[in-house]
Design a protein around this ligand. Structure first.
Ligand SMILES: CCCCCCCCCCCC(=O)SCCNC(=O)CCNC(=O)[C@H](O)C(C)(C)COP(=O)(O)OP(=O)(O)OC[C@H]1O[C@@H](n2cnc3c(N)ncnc32)[C@H](O)[C@@H]1OP(=O)(O)O
Length: 213
């Protein structure tokens, strides 16, 4: 696992973000539209053909593997393929994670693409978001990885406007213990606790700032 130096200015990071964000937002909109469309089957076939053309255009010049986790010389992180926060990943809600006094928080909306039980968020999606947030809270001094995480689902999390927070409760050597919650307007729907570990191999890694560029 290697972090990649993207040797560009902060202004260039912002410029690229401005280019990719609307594209990813449109693809996210496409995913929602496909789930909820009720147009005729002929219209669906026509849509499929036009979308396939766009896919072929995008594939005409492509990197070999995943985007990776990049960072600038100023240590701004560019995890743009990330499943939770990726600027270029339409599968990501995406979460905009904000650092607060006691950890991190994020306000976000989950739509039809995240459904598990009827009208509710898939439990695995809740786990993924909490894993990221707890990991982000624990990664303030450098990257750390989930060792063990436990989720307790207190009641169904309805699709719609949600917020989440995470904070570190304890540190022992390379192990950071963190907790977090997802809440709707009525309060906490699920909570998590986990152990996040700064891997031996990462001790010499330059501390990438664990926030999005
Ligand atoms: C740019 C914006 C992005 C911003 C993004 C920021 C947030 C990103 C968060 C993403 C979170 C993820 O999804 S991370 C991806 C999912 N996680 C992974 O893939 C991790 C896979 N596992 C590993 O790589 C490894 O097993 C590690 C790193 C977890 C541990 O390896 P290690 O470094 O060799 O650790 P080791 O010396 O054996 O053990 C150190 C101590 O940790 C304990 N320990 C070891 N493994 C575990 C474990 N699974 N659960 C509990 N505790 C454990 C040991 O007992 C020991 O305790 P003691 O004897 O010292 O008491």
């Amino acid at each position: 696992m290697e972090f990649i130096l993207e040797d560009i200015s902060e202004a260039e990071v912002a410029r690229r973000r401005g280019v990719y964000t609307p594209l990813t937002d449109t693809v996210r909109d496409l995913v929602d539209a496909v789930i909820r469309t009720e147009v005729s089957e002929d219209a669906l076939d026509d849509a499929r053909r036009r979308i396939a053309e766009v896919v072929a255009d995008l594939r005409s010049k492509q990197m070999d593997g995943p985007y990776g986790v990049r960072h600038t010389r100023q240590n701004t992180g560019m995890a743009w393929g990330n499943a939770v926060i990726g600027v270029r990943n339409a599968l990501a809600p995406p979460l905009d994670v904000v650092h607060v006094d006691d950890g991190v928080r994020s306000d976000f909306t989950l739509g039809a693409a995240y459904e598990g039980p009827p009208g509710c968020v898939h439990g695995g999606v809740c786990a993924m978001l909490l894993d990221h947030l707890l990991g982000n809270a624990a990664s303030t001094e450098g990257p750390c990885y989930t060792g063990t995480i436990t989720i307790r689902y207190l009641r169904p999390t309805r699709l719609g406007a949600l917020s989440a927070r995470a904070w570190v409760t304890e540190r022992t050597g390379r192990k950071l213990y963190a907790k977090g919650t997802i809440s709707d307007a009525e309060g906490v729907t699920c909570e998590a606790e986990g152990v996040f570990i700064v891997p031996r191999s990462a001790v010499d890694t330059p501390a990438v700032r664990w926030s999005q560029g």
